[in-house]
Ligand binder design. Structure first.
Ligand SMILES: C[S@@+](CC[C@H](N)C(=O)[O-])C[C@H]1O[C@@H](n2cnc3c(N)ncnc32)[C@H](O)[C@@H]1O
Length: 460
Protein backbone atom coordinates (compact mmCIF):
# COMPACT_ATOMS: atom_id res chain seq x y z
CA UNK A 1 0.00 0.00 0.00
CA UNK A 2 1.34 3.48 -0.83
CA UNK A 3 2.10 6.07 1.81
CA UNK A 4 -0.67 8.17 0.33
CA UNK A 5 -3.26 5.41 0.80
CA UNK A 6 -2.04 4.87 4.37
CA UNK A 7 -2.45 8.58 5.06
CA UNK A 8 -6.02 8.53 3.71
CA UNK A 9 -6.91 5.53 5.87
CA UNK A 10 -5.60 7.20 9.04
CA UNK A 11 -7.40 10.45 8.16
CA UNK A 12 -10.59 8.40 7.77
CA UNK A 13 -10.05 6.72 11.16
CA UNK A 14 -9.53 10.05 12.89
CA UNK A 15 -12.70 11.46 11.35
CA UNK A 16 -14.65 8.29 12.29
CA UNK A 17 -13.38 8.65 15.87
CA UNK A 18 -14.89 12.14 16.09
CA UNK A 19 -18.05 11.19 14.18
CA UNK A 20 -18.60 8.78 17.08
CA UNK A 21 -19.08 11.74 19.45
CA UNK A 22 -21.02 13.98 17.08
CA UNK A 23 -24.38 13.33 18.80
CA UNK A 24 -23.09 14.53 22.17
CA UNK A 25 -22.75 18.25 21.61
CA UNK A 26 -21.62 19.26 25.08
CA UNK A 27 -18.42 19.61 27.14
CA UNK A 28 -18.19 15.85 27.76
CA UNK A 29 -17.27 15.31 24.09
CA UNK A 30 -15.07 18.37 23.99
CA UNK A 31 -13.02 17.12 26.96
CA UNK A 32 -13.64 13.40 26.35
CA UNK A 33 -14.56 13.12 30.00
CA UNK A 34 -17.84 12.00 31.60
CA UNK A 35 -17.07 14.41 34.48
CA UNK A 36 -16.29 17.43 32.30
CA UNK A 37 -18.64 19.50 34.48
CA UNK A 38 -16.09 19.41 37.30
CA UNK A 39 -13.22 20.55 35.10
CA UNK A 40 -14.56 22.69 32.28
CA UNK A 41 -14.64 26.14 33.91
CA UNK A 42 -11.31 25.84 35.68
CA UNK A 43 -9.65 24.40 32.59
CA UNK A 44 -11.01 27.23 30.45
CA UNK A 45 -9.85 29.83 32.98
CA UNK A 46 -6.32 28.34 33.07
CA UNK A 47 -6.00 28.59 29.32
CA UNK A 48 -7.63 31.98 28.79
CA UNK A 49 -5.67 33.83 31.44
CA UNK A 50 -2.38 32.74 29.94
CA UNK A 51 -3.11 33.97 26.40
CA UNK A 52 -1.95 37.22 24.83
CA UNK A 53 -4.55 39.99 24.87
CA UNK A 54 -6.71 39.35 21.78
CA UNK A 55 -8.39 42.77 21.72
CA UNK A 56 -8.76 43.90 18.10
CA UNK A 57 -7.09 40.76 16.75
CA UNK A 58 -8.13 38.50 13.89
CA UNK A 59 -8.37 35.10 15.57
CA UNK A 60 -8.85 31.59 14.15
CA UNK A 61 -10.09 28.90 16.56
CA UNK A 62 -9.32 25.59 14.85
CA UNK A 63 -10.89 22.37 16.15
CA UNK A 64 -13.22 24.80 17.93
CA UNK A 65 -15.96 22.25 18.65
CA UNK A 66 -18.99 23.72 20.42
CA UNK A 67 -17.03 26.92 21.15
CA UNK A 68 -15.72 26.71 24.73
CA UNK A 69 -13.03 29.19 23.70
CA UNK A 70 -14.77 30.87 20.75
CA UNK A 71 -16.92 32.73 23.31
CA UNK A 72 -13.88 34.29 24.94
CA UNK A 73 -12.46 35.56 21.65
CA UNK A 74 -15.88 36.88 20.52
CA UNK A 75 -15.80 39.34 23.42
CA UNK A 76 -12.88 41.42 22.19
CA UNK A 77 -11.38 40.13 18.93
CA UNK A 78 -11.99 42.02 15.70
CA UNK A 79 -12.91 38.79 13.94
CA UNK A 80 -13.10 35.13 14.93
CA UNK A 81 -13.23 32.21 12.53
CA UNK A 82 -14.29 28.97 14.23
CA UNK A 83 -13.37 25.83 12.28
CA UNK A 84 -14.26 22.20 12.97
CA UNK A 85 -14.81 19.13 10.81
CA UNK A 86 -17.85 17.93 12.80
CA UNK A 87 -20.91 19.80 11.59
CA UNK A 88 -23.05 19.22 14.69
CA UNK A 89 -20.35 20.72 16.96
CA UNK A 90 -20.10 23.79 14.79
CA UNK A 91 -23.91 24.11 14.64
CA UNK A 92 -23.94 24.26 18.44
CA UNK A 93 -21.10 26.78 18.34
CA UNK A 94 -23.13 28.90 15.88
CA UNK A 95 -26.22 28.69 18.09
CA UNK A 96 -24.23 29.95 21.09
CA UNK A 97 -22.75 32.86 19.14
CA UNK A 98 -25.69 33.88 16.99
CA UNK A 99 -25.57 37.39 18.47
CA UNK A 100 -21.94 38.03 17.61
CA UNK A 101 -21.42 39.59 14.16
CA UNK A 102 -17.63 39.22 14.46
CA UNK A 103 -17.77 35.39 14.60
CA UNK A 104 -17.79 33.27 11.41
CA UNK A 105 -17.86 29.49 11.03
CA UNK A 106 -16.34 27.01 8.62
CA UNK A 107 -16.94 23.27 8.55
CA UNK A 108 -13.61 21.97 7.33
CA UNK A 109 -10.81 19.60 8.14
CA UNK A 110 -7.86 21.52 9.61
CA UNK A 111 -5.53 19.78 7.19
CA UNK A 112 -7.46 21.22 4.22
CA UNK A 113 -7.99 24.71 5.63
CA UNK A 114 -6.83 27.55 3.35
CA UNK A 115 -6.28 31.07 4.67
CA UNK A 116 -4.55 34.02 3.02
CA UNK A 117 -0.92 34.59 3.94
CA UNK A 118 -0.35 37.03 6.82
CA UNK A 119 -4.09 37.36 7.50
CA UNK A 120 -4.29 36.25 11.15
CA UNK A 121 -2.96 37.59 14.47
CA UNK A 122 -3.69 34.54 16.58
CA UNK A 123 -4.18 30.86 15.72
CA UNK A 124 -5.76 29.10 18.68
CA UNK A 125 -5.93 25.31 19.00
CA UNK A 126 -6.79 23.29 22.08
CA UNK A 127 -6.39 19.50 21.61
CA UNK A 128 -5.95 19.41 17.84
CA UNK A 129 -2.40 18.26 16.92
CA UNK A 130 -3.05 14.93 18.64
CA UNK A 131 -5.67 14.20 15.95
CA UNK A 132 -3.23 14.81 13.09
CA UNK A 133 -0.53 12.46 11.77
CA UNK A 134 3.12 13.56 11.89
CA UNK A 135 3.03 14.62 8.23
CA UNK A 136 -0.19 16.56 8.84
CA UNK A 137 1.26 18.29 11.93
CA UNK A 138 4.21 19.46 9.83
CA UNK A 139 1.93 20.67 7.01
CA UNK A 140 -0.47 22.39 9.40
CA UNK A 141 2.20 24.20 11.43
CA UNK A 142 3.99 25.30 8.25
CA UNK A 143 0.67 26.75 7.03
CA UNK A 144 0.18 28.50 10.38
CA UNK A 145 3.60 30.12 9.98
CA UNK A 146 2.51 31.68 6.69
CA UNK A 147 -1.06 32.59 7.85
CA UNK A 148 0.24 34.54 10.82
CA UNK A 149 1.11 38.20 10.56
CA UNK A 150 4.56 39.18 11.81
CA UNK A 151 4.74 38.79 15.61
CA UNK A 152 1.42 36.91 15.63
CA UNK A 153 0.78 34.05 18.08
CA UNK A 154 -0.12 30.37 18.05
CA UNK A 155 -1.48 28.41 21.03
CA UNK A 156 -1.23 24.62 21.27
CA UNK A 157 -2.58 22.43 24.05
CA UNK A 158 -2.03 18.70 23.86
CA UNK A 159 -2.28 15.51 25.88
CA UNK A 160 1.38 14.53 25.93
CA UNK A 161 2.44 10.90 26.39
CA UNK A 162 -0.90 9.88 27.92
CA UNK A 163 -4.67 10.61 27.66
CA UNK A 164 -6.13 13.48 29.69
CA UNK A 165 -7.96 11.17 32.08
CA UNK A 166 -7.85 7.54 33.14
CA UNK A 167 -10.12 4.98 31.56
CA UNK A 168 -12.94 3.78 33.78
CA UNK A 169 -15.08 0.70 33.16
CA UNK A 170 -17.86 1.29 30.62
CA UNK A 171 -16.54 4.79 29.88
CA UNK A 172 -17.95 5.87 26.51
CA UNK A 173 -15.38 8.65 26.30
CA UNK A 174 -12.49 6.20 26.05
CA UNK A 175 -13.11 4.48 22.71
CA UNK A 176 -11.84 0.94 22.23
CA UNK A 177 -10.23 2.03 18.97
CA UNK A 178 -8.36 5.24 19.73
CA UNK A 179 -6.22 6.64 16.89
CA UNK A 180 -5.00 9.64 18.95
CA UNK A 181 -1.26 10.55 18.86
CA UNK A 182 0.02 11.19 22.39
CA UNK A 183 3.32 12.83 21.42
CA UNK A 184 6.04 14.04 23.75
CA UNK A 185 6.05 17.78 24.47
CA UNK A 186 9.69 18.05 23.35
CA UNK A 187 8.64 16.72 19.91
CA UNK A 188 6.36 19.72 19.43
CA UNK A 189 8.83 22.21 20.86
CA UNK A 190 11.72 20.85 18.81
CA UNK A 191 9.71 20.82 15.58
CA UNK A 192 8.22 24.28 16.09
CA UNK A 193 11.58 25.96 16.48
CA UNK A 194 12.63 24.60 13.07
CA UNK A 195 9.70 26.02 11.10
CA UNK A 196 10.54 29.09 9.00
CA UNK A 197 9.06 31.00 6.11
CA UNK A 198 10.52 33.58 3.71
CA UNK A 199 8.38 36.70 3.22
CA UNK A 200 9.45 39.68 1.12
CA UNK A 201 13.05 38.54 1.28
CA UNK A 202 12.95 38.24 5.09
CA UNK A 203 13.02 35.05 7.08
CA UNK A 204 10.48 34.49 9.87
CA UNK A 205 10.31 31.60 12.28
CA UNK A 206 7.94 30.08 14.80
CA UNK A 207 9.51 30.61 18.20
CA UNK A 208 8.01 28.78 21.19
CA UNK A 209 7.87 31.19 24.15
CA UNK A 210 6.86 28.92 27.01
CA UNK A 211 5.22 25.58 27.83
CA UNK A 212 3.56 24.57 31.08
CA UNK A 213 1.25 21.92 32.56
CA UNK A 214 -2.39 23.01 32.80
CA UNK A 215 -2.80 23.65 36.57
CA UNK A 216 -6.33 22.24 36.88
CA UNK A 217 -5.21 18.87 35.54
CA UNK A 218 -2.27 18.83 37.95
CA UNK A 219 -4.54 19.59 40.91
CA UNK A 220 -7.62 17.55 40.07
CA UNK A 221 -6.31 14.73 37.86
CA UNK A 222 -2.69 14.43 39.11
CA UNK A 223 -1.66 14.78 35.48
CA UNK A 224 1.33 16.99 34.59
CA UNK A 225 1.11 15.93 30.94
CA UNK A 226 -1.64 18.27 29.86
CA UNK A 227 0.70 20.81 28.39
CA UNK A 228 -0.03 24.08 26.65
CA UNK A 229 2.34 26.45 24.93
CA UNK A 230 2.52 29.85 23.28
CA UNK A 231 4.50 30.29 20.09
CA UNK A 232 5.27 33.59 18.37
CA UNK A 233 6.14 34.29 14.74
CA UNK A 234 9.33 36.34 14.97
CA UNK A 235 11.96 37.56 12.54
CA UNK A 236 14.84 35.09 12.38
CA UNK A 237 17.77 36.21 14.42
CA UNK A 238 20.71 36.28 11.96
CA UNK A 239 22.82 34.59 14.64
CA UNK A 240 20.39 31.69 15.01
CA UNK A 241 21.22 30.47 11.48
CA UNK A 242 17.61 29.71 10.47
CA UNK A 243 17.43 27.17 7.69
CA UNK A 244 14.45 26.70 5.40
CA UNK A 245 13.64 22.99 5.59
CA UNK A 246 11.27 21.02 3.39
CA UNK A 247 8.38 18.89 4.68
CA UNK A 248 10.40 15.67 4.63
CA UNK A 249 13.18 17.19 6.73
CA UNK A 250 10.69 18.67 9.18
CA UNK A 251 8.91 15.36 9.51
CA UNK A 252 12.21 13.72 10.29
CA UNK A 253 12.77 16.29 13.06
CA UNK A 254 9.35 15.49 14.57
CA UNK A 255 9.21 11.73 14.06
CA UNK A 256 12.81 10.77 14.61
CA UNK A 257 15.34 13.42 15.67
CA UNK A 258 13.33 14.76 18.63
CA UNK A 259 12.66 11.24 19.92
CA UNK A 260 16.31 10.26 19.62
CA UNK A 261 17.56 13.31 21.51
CA UNK A 262 14.88 12.81 24.15
CA UNK A 263 15.89 9.16 24.53
CA UNK A 264 19.47 10.18 25.36
CA UNK A 265 18.17 12.58 28.02
CA UNK A 266 15.76 9.99 29.40
CA UNK A 267 18.51 7.39 29.60
CA UNK A 268 20.56 9.77 31.72
CA UNK A 269 17.78 11.34 33.74
CA UNK A 270 14.83 9.03 34.26
CA UNK A 271 15.00 7.32 37.64
CA UNK A 272 18.50 8.57 38.34
CA UNK A 273 19.54 9.58 41.80
CA UNK A 274 22.08 12.04 40.52
CA UNK A 275 20.71 15.29 41.87
CA UNK A 276 22.52 18.17 43.40
CA UNK A 277 19.84 17.96 46.04
CA UNK A 278 21.20 14.65 47.26
CA UNK A 279 24.04 16.62 48.58
CA UNK A 280 22.31 19.80 49.66
CA UNK A 281 24.89 20.41 52.31
CA UNK A 282 27.01 21.68 49.44
CA UNK A 283 24.48 24.47 49.25
CA UNK A 284 23.51 25.12 52.85
CA UNK A 285 22.02 28.46 51.80
CA UNK A 286 19.66 26.75 49.39
CA UNK A 287 18.66 24.08 51.82
CA UNK A 288 17.95 26.63 54.57
CA UNK A 289 16.05 28.85 52.24
CA UNK A 290 13.77 26.16 50.89
CA UNK A 291 13.08 24.50 54.19
CA UNK A 292 12.30 27.71 56.03
CA UNK A 293 9.83 29.43 53.79
CA UNK A 294 6.69 27.75 55.05
CA UNK A 295 3.74 27.93 52.69
CA UNK A 296 5.20 30.62 50.45
CA UNK A 297 6.36 30.15 46.88
CA UNK A 298 9.81 29.51 45.57
CA UNK A 299 10.81 30.13 42.00
CA UNK A 300 13.56 27.81 40.86
CA UNK A 301 15.16 28.60 37.54
CA UNK A 302 17.42 26.32 35.55
CA UNK A 303 18.91 28.67 33.03
CA UNK A 304 22.37 27.23 32.95
CA UNK A 305 23.13 25.44 29.72
CA UNK A 306 25.80 23.64 31.73
CA UNK A 307 23.18 21.99 33.87
CA UNK A 308 21.19 20.12 31.29
CA UNK A 309 22.21 16.78 32.70
CA UNK A 310 19.91 17.21 35.70
CA UNK A 311 16.16 16.75 35.53
CA UNK A 312 15.63 18.19 38.97
CA UNK A 313 18.85 19.75 40.18
CA UNK A 314 17.66 20.39 43.70
CA UNK A 315 15.78 17.13 43.94
CA UNK A 316 12.83 19.32 44.82
CA UNK A 317 10.35 16.55 44.68
CA UNK A 318 12.16 14.81 47.52
CA UNK A 319 12.93 17.84 49.64
CA UNK A 320 10.77 17.90 52.69
CA UNK A 321 9.22 21.29 52.08
CA UNK A 322 5.64 22.46 52.28
CA UNK A 323 6.22 25.49 50.09
CA UNK A 324 5.03 25.66 46.52
CA UNK A 325 7.85 25.47 44.02
CA UNK A 326 7.70 26.65 40.43
CA UNK A 327 10.56 25.14 38.55
CA UNK A 328 11.48 26.83 35.26
CA UNK A 329 13.68 24.95 32.79
CA UNK A 330 15.30 26.36 29.66
CA UNK A 331 16.21 23.14 27.89
CA UNK A 332 13.24 21.42 26.20
CA UNK A 333 14.54 17.88 26.64
CA UNK A 334 15.47 18.37 30.30
CA UNK A 335 12.02 19.93 30.74
CA UNK A 336 10.32 16.81 29.46
CA UNK A 337 12.40 14.67 31.82
CA UNK A 338 11.46 16.99 34.66
CA UNK A 339 7.74 16.68 33.89
CA UNK A 340 8.08 12.88 33.73
CA UNK A 341 9.70 13.01 37.15
CA UNK A 342 6.95 15.21 38.60
CA UNK A 343 4.24 13.09 37.04
CA UNK A 344 5.70 10.13 38.92
CA UNK A 345 6.21 11.84 42.27
CA UNK A 346 2.83 13.62 42.06
CA UNK A 347 3.37 16.48 44.48
CA UNK A 348 0.97 19.17 43.23
CA UNK A 349 3.02 21.79 45.11
CA UNK A 350 5.73 21.37 42.51
CA UNK A 351 5.20 22.58 38.95
CA UNK A 352 7.38 22.64 35.88
CA UNK A 353 7.55 25.17 33.09
CA UNK A 354 9.82 25.55 30.09
CA UNK A 355 10.74 28.96 28.77
CA UNK A 356 12.74 30.04 25.77
CA UNK A 357 14.17 33.13 27.37
CA UNK A 358 14.38 33.87 31.04
CA UNK A 359 14.06 37.60 30.25
CA UNK A 360 10.44 37.00 29.19
CA UNK A 361 9.55 35.42 32.51
CA UNK A 362 7.63 38.42 33.90
CA UNK A 363 5.39 38.44 30.84
CA UNK A 364 4.50 34.81 31.25
CA UNK A 365 1.13 34.63 32.85
CA UNK A 366 1.10 30.94 33.84
CA UNK A 367 3.54 31.51 36.66
CA UNK A 368 2.05 34.63 38.06
CA UNK A 369 -1.62 33.95 37.47
CA UNK A 370 -1.84 31.07 39.91
CA UNK A 371 0.80 31.88 42.51
CA UNK A 372 1.92 35.42 43.08
CA UNK A 373 3.68 35.39 46.42
CA UNK A 374 7.21 34.40 45.51
CA UNK A 375 9.48 35.03 48.46
CA UNK A 376 12.37 32.90 47.36
CA UNK A 377 14.37 32.51 44.19
CA UNK A 378 17.01 29.94 43.43
CA UNK A 379 18.49 30.34 39.98
CA UNK A 380 21.08 28.18 38.27
CA UNK A 381 22.61 30.48 35.70
CA UNK A 382 25.64 30.91 33.52
CA UNK A 383 27.98 33.81 34.17
CA UNK A 384 26.60 35.36 30.98
CA UNK A 385 22.92 35.41 31.92
CA UNK A 386 22.98 36.10 35.65
CA UNK A 387 22.26 39.82 35.26
CA UNK A 388 19.32 39.26 32.94
CA UNK A 389 17.92 36.64 35.26
CA UNK A 390 17.97 38.94 38.26
CA UNK A 391 16.32 41.73 36.26
CA UNK A 392 13.58 39.36 35.13
CA UNK A 393 12.76 37.89 38.52
CA UNK A 394 12.73 41.19 40.35
CA UNK A 395 9.40 42.04 38.71
CA UNK A 396 7.84 38.80 39.95
CA UNK A 397 9.09 38.33 43.49
CA UNK A 398 7.99 40.14 46.61
CA UNK A 399 10.11 42.94 48.03
CA UNK A 400 12.51 41.44 50.48
CA UNK A 401 12.59 38.11 48.66
CA UNK A 402 15.69 36.06 49.29
CA UNK A 403 17.64 35.17 46.18
CA UNK A 404 20.41 32.75 45.51
CA UNK A 405 22.25 32.59 42.24
CA UNK A 406 24.25 29.49 41.61
CA UNK A 407 26.52 30.58 38.83
CA UNK A 408 28.22 28.04 36.59
CA UNK A 409 31.53 28.69 34.97
CA UNK A 410 33.67 26.41 32.88
CA UNK A 411 37.42 26.24 33.12
CA UNK A 412 39.70 27.33 35.86
CA UNK A 413 37.91 30.59 36.71
CA UNK A 414 38.39 31.41 40.36
CA UNK A 415 36.17 34.48 40.56
CA UNK A 416 33.11 36.08 39.06
CA UNK A 417 32.41 39.77 38.91
CA UNK A 418 29.23 40.40 40.88
CA UNK A 419 29.85 44.12 41.34
CA UNK A 420 27.80 44.86 38.21
CA UNK A 421 24.82 43.06 39.69
CA UNK A 422 23.47 46.10 41.54
CA UNK A 423 23.87 48.39 38.54
CA UNK A 424 22.97 46.17 35.59
CA UNK A 425 20.04 44.42 37.18
CA UNK A 426 18.66 47.66 38.63
CA UNK A 427 17.69 46.12 41.97
CA UNK A 428 18.73 47.38 45.34
CA UNK A 429 20.70 44.56 46.78
CA UNK A 430 20.88 44.83 50.52
CA UNK A 431 23.12 41.91 51.12
CA UNK A 432 25.71 40.44 48.86
CA UNK A 433 27.97 37.67 49.97
CA UNK A 434 31.26 36.94 48.40
CA UNK A 435 30.91 34.12 45.93
CA UNK A 436 31.72 30.69 47.20
CA UNK A 437 33.64 28.59 44.80
CA UNK A 438 32.35 25.06 44.81
CA UNK A 439 34.86 23.18 42.83
CA UNK A 440 35.65 19.60 41.99
CA UNK A 441 32.65 18.08 43.62
CA UNK A 442 32.35 14.84 41.80
CA UNK A 443 28.61 14.50 41.30
CA UNK A 444 28.30 17.98 39.86
CA UNK A 445 31.22 18.00 37.55
CA UNK A 446 31.28 14.39 36.47
CA UNK A 447 30.25 15.16 32.92
CA UNK A 448 31.48 18.70 32.73
CA UNK A 449 35.07 18.22 33.79
CA UNK A 450 36.34 21.55 34.95
CA UNK A 451 33.09 23.29 35.85
CA UNK A 452 32.95 25.51 38.92
CA UNK A 453 29.95 26.86 40.79
CA UNK A 454 29.65 30.10 42.66
CA UNK A 455 26.92 30.84 45.12
CA UNK A 456 25.73 34.44 45.43
CA UNK A 457 23.14 35.33 48.04
CA UNK A 458 21.26 38.56 48.42
CA UNK A 459 17.92 40.11 49.25
CA UNK A 460 15.88 42.02 46.73
C1 LIG B 1 -10.97 17.43 22.23
S1 LIG B 1 -12.03 18.41 21.23
C2 LIG B 1 -11.58 20.04 21.71
C3 LIG B 1 -12.57 21.08 21.30
C4 LIG B 1 -12.21 22.50 21.73
N1 LIG B 1 -10.98 22.93 21.16
C5 LIG B 1 -12.18 22.57 23.23
O1 LIG B 1 -11.07 22.54 23.80
O2 LIG B 1 -13.23 22.65 23.83
C6 LIG B 1 -11.25 18.27 19.63
C7 LIG B 1 -12.01 19.00 18.55
O3 LIG B 1 -11.21 19.01 17.38
C8 LIG B 1 -12.01 18.66 16.28
N2 LIG B 1 -11.09 18.08 15.28
C9 LIG B 1 -10.30 17.00 15.41
N3 LIG B 1 -9.58 16.81 14.29
C10 LIG B 1 -9.94 17.82 13.44
C11 LIG B 1 -9.51 18.16 12.14
N4 LIG B 1 -8.63 17.45 11.49
N5 LIG B 1 -10.07 19.27 11.57
C12 LIG B 1 -10.98 20.01 12.23
N6 LIG B 1 -11.43 19.72 13.46
C13 LIG B 1 -10.88 18.63 14.07
C14 LIG B 1 -13.03 17.69 16.83
O4 LIG B 1 -14.18 17.61 16.03
C15 LIG B 1 -13.30 18.31 18.19
O5 LIG B 1 -14.32 19.28 18.10
Amino acid sequence: MSAQTDALIIRGELKTFWDGYSQITDERSMMLNEHADLLKDLDCRDIIRSLPDTTGMDVVDIGAGIGRFTSQFALNARSVLAVDFIESFLEKNKERHAEWPNVKFEVNDAVHLKLPKQSVDFVFTNWLMMYLTDAEVVGFLSDVCSWLRPNGYLHLRESCSQPSSQKKAGDKFHAEKNPTFYRQKSQYLHLLSHICVVENGEMWQLQPQWAVSVPTYVRLEANWRQVHMIIQKVKCDPLSKCILRNAVQLQDILSSEALQIQATYDARLDNVRKHLGNNVTMFPHVNDLLTNIGGNCALVIHASSLLSSYADPLNLSKLNVDCRVWSVETNIFAYRSQVTHMNTVKNANIRAQWTHNICHLPRQQPIIAEWDDFTTVVAFVNKENMFETVSAVKTIVKRGAKCILIVATVGQTRSIDVSKLTITSNVSITRLEQPICIDKISNIIDEQGSMSWFCVEFTI
